[in-house]
Design a protein around this ligand. Structure first.
Ligand SMILES: [Zn+2]
Length: 104
């Protein structure tokens, strides 16, 4: 009898552990996606061409279709590097974005 109870407890603990890990990973991934793809208004003209928010270069259509880019490859990679550098230091990139689009 005691063995069965112990077995059940172990199973429950393992289930809870797995669930928490799954939820944690899900949350971490969501945060990462958010950080890599900021929700920003694309600079788009009537023909659907998008211009980089930082340097105003036309963003290639394939890039827009693939990652919903709002910046050219050069500026986006600069920003990703910047985001990595400032990670864990108060999220300077995040604050910058919020200020930029605070009115929306
Ligand atoms: Zn650019």
């Amino acid at each position: 009898m005691a063995e069965i109870i112990q077995g059940e407890r172990l199973t429950d603990a393992a289930d809870i552990g797995a669930k928490n890990t799954e939820e944690y990973l899900e949350e971490a991934l969501a945060r990462q996606r958010e950080a890599l793809v900021p929700q920003e208004e694309p600079d788009e003209d009537a023909e659907g061409r998008r211009y980089c928010l930082d340097c105003a270069e036309i963003i290639p259509q394939e890039r827009v279709a693939a990652v919903q880019a709002v910046r050219c490859v050069t500026c986006a990679s600069k920003r990703e590097r910047f985001a990595k550098l400032t990670k864990g230091r108060g999220g300077a990139g995040r604050v910058m974005n919020d200020e930029e689009f605070g009115g929306k």
